[in-house]
Design a protein around this ligand. Structure first.
Ligand SMILES: Cc1cc2nc3c(=O)[nH]c(=O)nc-3n(C[C@H](O)[C@H](O)[C@H](O)COP(=O)(O)OP(=O)(O)OC[C@H]3O[C@@H](n4cnc5c(N)ncnc54)[C@H](O)[C@@H]3O)c2cc1C
Length: 415
């Protein structure tokens, strides 16, 4: 950093922005990180939080390079090796077992608060990242040589590249006037921590029903974190029920899986939407994570796409530096934009398609043929799983096992 000037200024230190800050600082870039709220310290003694994520193996590799995986993995997280998908009608369960796809695990269920706290520890202790927190973006001025960012506190910084990792309602995206396509699903996801008669054996279970899927994700203590997608009014009704009445309805919806519902913690609901920005790049600016795209949570891919964005941008900027290019130039950012937009749009429309397929009437020919195809076709299952694991053909190299040193060829950047 020189006179308030940075290589990269990142707005938003959620799971995605903080991952990028760590990856870039470890690659030798000077980084400013602006965040409105400091994350709360993770408390392993408190009960499991309501927000958890199914983190793919590719994302775990990225978090490892960001320096956070070791501390995340030493706390309460649960690896799962089997995914079981049912349709609540006549379909036998679709089973995905990690070893059959040459994977050690399909993913790991982790509390969002643990991921955020571990990353915060990394970026605030390394001393390589200048953190502006609590502070907020107040305005941005784009220029040919650099962008200038003003913060609510009155601080002004400049950077070769400004990154918007400021979430689904991204103030940076709005300030730049980047258009977004938005589909409200008129559905909410209801989340809670639930204990059944039998402990969850480490299986991510999902039952698709015409009005929305219900997922049970395994936790370390044998309980499950549920995401129950319902039409919005129905979700509000479920939220308002007393615990006994709610458990009775959940029992019916999850009948046949691990016996009765025996306990249930607090509940919360979140509106579901699909949002796709028309571009992820603007003059000396890029978007990533939910600021760029929001997908339906039915396959737990939202933050995984964001981690892959962070890894892809890191790879793009390292290459640009070594080739002597300006990291904020339009040609460099165009590469990132095309790469990540193609991946996120494929995932978003894939989720949209799966949702529509399972919402169709159980007897509809489209649904029957679609499901039979997925069930029979090893290629389709493999393709789906490799993508969900974050290891598809277009996954960033950091997700597929390369290290930052590999990307930098063990060299340091030219001055
Ligand atoms: C019910 C549900 C279940 C889900 N389950 C999964 C799952 O299993 N797996 C998965 O991959 N994804 C899942 N997702 C999606 C996932 O939660 C999101 O994709 C992820 O949290 C987005 O992270 P982010 O860092 O991009 O954005 P955010 O978490 O929104 O972070 C944005 C950050 O920017 C900061 N900020 C905002 N504005 C400003 C400003 N003006 N100045 C400074 N800072 C600012 C905020 O304080 C925040 O810290 C789920 C989503 C839902 C709703």
């Amino acid at each position: 950093m020189k006179d308030g000037h940075y290589d990269v200024a990142i707005i938003g230190a959620g799971m995605v922005g903080a991952t990028l800050a760590s990856l870039l600082s470890r690659s030798g870039f000077s980084v400013a990180l602006v965040e409105a709220h400091e994350p709360a310290a993770f408390d392993g003694e408190a009960d499991v939080g309501l927000r958890v994520s199914a983190v793919s193996p590719g994302s775990a590799a990225i978090l490892n390079e960001a320096g956070a995986w070791k501390s995340i993995n030493s706390e309460r997280c649960r690896a799962y090796r089997r995914m079981q998908v049912e349709d609540g009608a006549e379909l036998d369960p679709l089973l995905f077992d990690a070893p059959l796809f040459n994977l050690e695990r399909l993913g790991t269920i982790i509390e969002n608060s643990l991921v955020r706290w571990s990353l915060w520890q990394v970026v605030s202790s390394a001393g390589r990242v200048d953190i502006f927190c609590p502070d907020k973006l107040a305005g941005i001025e784009t220029g040919a040589e650099q962008n200038r960012v003003s913060l609510k506190s009155g601080t002004r910084i400049s950077a070769d590249l400004v990154v918007g990792a400021d979430g689904a309602t991204s103030p940076l995206r709005k300030a730049l006037g980047i258009r977004q396509d938005y589909w409200a699903y008129n559905q909410h996801g209801l989340v809670a921590v639930v204990g059944k008669q039998k402990p969850n054996p480490g299986v991510a279970w999902q039952r698709f029903m015409p009005r929305g899927p219900l997922a049970f994700l395994p936790l370390l203590d044998g309980r499950s974190s549920i995401v129950w997608t319902r039409p919005s009014l129905e979700a509000e009704r479920l939220l308002a029920l007393d615990n006994e009445a709610f458990m009775t309805e959940l029992d019916t919806a999850s009948s046949g899986w691990l016996g009765r519902v025996e306990n249930c913690g607090p509940r919360a609901i979140f509106p579901l939407s699909m949002r796709l920005s028309e571009s992820y790049a603007a003059p000396r600016t890029v978007l990533l994570g939910d600021a760029a795209h929001v997908v339906h949570p039915l396959a737990g891919q939202g933050v995984n796409l964001g981690f892959a964005d962070a890894a892809a941008l890191t790879e793009t900027l390292i290459q640009a530096r070594f080739s002597g290019a300006d990291i904020g130039s339009a040609s460099v950012l165009r590469g990132y934009d095309r790469w990540r937009r193609a991946e996120s749009e494929a995932m978003a429309f894939g989720m949209h398609g799966i949702r529509s397929l399972f919402s169709a009437d159980a007897l509809s020919p489209l649904r029957r043929v679609g499901l039979a195809l997925v069930k029979r076709s090893w290629t389709l299952k493999d393709m789906f799983l490799q993508r969900a694991a974050g290891l598809g053909r277009n996954a960033p190299r950091l997700a597929r096992g390369s290290t930052l040193s590999d990307l930098m060829g063990q060299q340091s950047f030219p001055n």
